[in-house]
Design a protein around this ligand. Structure first.
Ligand code: PM9
Length: 463
């Protein structure tokens, strides 16, 4: 039988107009922005694939819940609504809301890391690593080697390499490990998932040495979808069941609710550890607000509670990941080098193989993101050497093996025709890749430099 098309499990009730610009306007805008797509004004952008963070279209039900937000300073009803949703979906004992994911990382790092301790992660994430290093922790990369090769096909490229973990513990001792910080769906590795089997191994390892497992569960629903599609024994389970099983293997998690959770602002820390929760509640009042709102409005808590329930609906998450696949497959079919397999939240252009004539010191991914914007008004994000920053000890540039440009798909926002426009622009750029030249950095902030760094063209090639 012929396969039938599966459409989005929603219809569109409200629209937001998009602005188009001329190539001349875009050239002026990118120059003004120092060739950094973070510094562009959104009014100058046509299709915004900078991030899937906080860019979600909320549902009619989420909007209606915002009207019943309880804005009491303390003990707001909306907190208890959110807590009930978290118990149902994630299953952790304690909930501490925060204004974003990085605020939950801030609290976790302050409470759990002693200077000189290691924090193993399956690849780094920018804000997580910055918080670890700010308190004197040492990031240790324990992801499998396959994750660093864009061409290797592996169903669970986010997996933890247990031998790397074992070696670290043998060398420094378990007391020197602050906690294991594992991300189900690894953003910087191209949105690649971990398997349930691997997380069970991580759990057993952690139990053996008395080390806590704290997930960065920011995109764990997308991970649950990949487990359902790819891991034996999970095909007949619902996303909600798989997600809950995945969470049961950790002691707690930090979450940026601006992704999976389908809201425009928010985050949280959740844990089964009473002591950790007590310390987090002590500190959240210093940095965020009362433990029942953590820097969020009551209406935000309501929208988040509803978002948690919607994110685990099977039809929704399948449609979300399928749209990413739709764009990725178009690029694969045209021979454009991308990170394989296609990830959960984004398609990652492989800038090393897209622009082999540009050395890493001239920022091929930063250059490609700028060139894409000039070509079509599509905004993407560099995920290469600029994002990787510098080694805090040596001051040298970290040189990641992956030099990527992330085409990040916001949730429930764009149609597949928008994806066609993006694909056409990437394909045409690839056909004319020899015309693209590199950049040089002219301003470098001390931390998280990718947000605000500025660049100039080596030669005026984009004109
Ligand atoms: N991620 C992203 O675009 C926001 C801007 S880049 C820092 O991918 C993970 C896996 C994330 C993440 C943000 C955060 C921080 C933590 N973990 O932005 O503070 O992808 O809510 O979350 C971005 P907040």
């Amino acid at each position: 039988m012929k396969t039938r098309t599966i459409a989005e499990p929603y219809k569109i009730k409200m629209v937001e107009s998009l602005k188009t610009t001329t190539r001349e306007q875009r050239l002026a805008a990118i120059k003004e922005a120092g060739y950094n797509t973070f510094l562009l004004k959104s009014d100058d952008v046509y299709i915004d694939l900078l991030t899937d963070s906080g860019t979600t279209a909320m549902s009619d039900v989420q909007w209606s819940k915002m009207m019943i937000g309880d804005e009491s300073y303390a003990g707001a009803r909306s907190f208890y609504t959110l807590e009930a949703a978290m118990h149902e979906i994630y299953g952790f004992k304690h909930l501490i809301p925060t204004h974003q994911g990085r605020a939950a990382e801030h609290l976790t790092s302050l409470i759990r890391i002693q200077p000189g301790q290691y924090v193993p992660m399956n690849m780094y994430f920018t804000t997580t690593r910055a918080h670890v290093e700010r308190v004197g922790g040492i990031f240790f990369d324990c992801i499998i080697d396959e994750a660093k090769d864009t061409k290797v096909i592996h169903p669970f490229k986010g997996n933890v390499d247990m031998a790397k973990l074992q070696k670290l513990v043998d060398e420094v001792g378990p007391e020197q490990i602050a906690y294991l910080n594992i991300a189900p769906c690894v953003n910087m590795a191209g949105g690649q998932p971990v398997s349930m089997a691997n997380m069970r191994e991580v759990r057993a390892f952690a139990d053996k040495y008395g080390i806590a497992v704290i997930y960065d569960a920011t995109r764990a629903v997308e991970n649950a979808y990949f487990i359902q599609q790819r891991e034996a024994g999970y095909q007949d389970k619902t996303i909600k069941e798989i997600f809950r099983e995945l969470m049961s293997l950790a002691d707690g998690c930090t979450v940026s609710s601006k992704k999976d959770n389908l809201v425009n602002i928010g985050g949280f820390l959740a844990t089964n550890d009473d002591g950790f929760a007590r310390r987090a509640k002590e500190l959240v009042v210093v940095f965020e607000g009362m433990p029942t709102y953590g820097g969020l409005a009551g209406r935000d808590l309501e929208a988040l509670a509803q978002g948690m329930r919607e994110m685990v609906e099977d039809a929704y998450i399948a449609s979300r990941v399928r749209q990413v696949e739709y764009l990725g497959q178009k690029l694969i079919d045209a021979g454009v080098p991308i990170m394989l397999p296609i990830g959960g939240h984004a398609v990652f252009l492989d800038a090393t193989n897209f622009l082999p004539h540009i050395p890493q010191d001239n920022f091929p991914a930063q250059t490609l993101a700028a060139a894409l914007y000039v070509d079509s008004g599509v905004r993407a994000m560099e995920r290469g050497m600029v994002s990787a920053g510098r080694d805090p000890k040596t001051g040298e540039n970290n040189r990641p093996k992956l030099e990527l440009v992330r085409l990040t798909i916001p949730r429930r926002v764009y149609t597949n025709l928008h994806m066609d426009v993006v694909a056409e622009s990437c394909i045409e750029l690839y056909e004319n890749r020899h015309k693209i030249k590199g950049l040089t950095m002219t301003y470098e902030p001390d931390s998280l430099r990718f947000f605000q760094a500025r660049f100039e063209e080596l030669e005026p090639a984009m004109a």
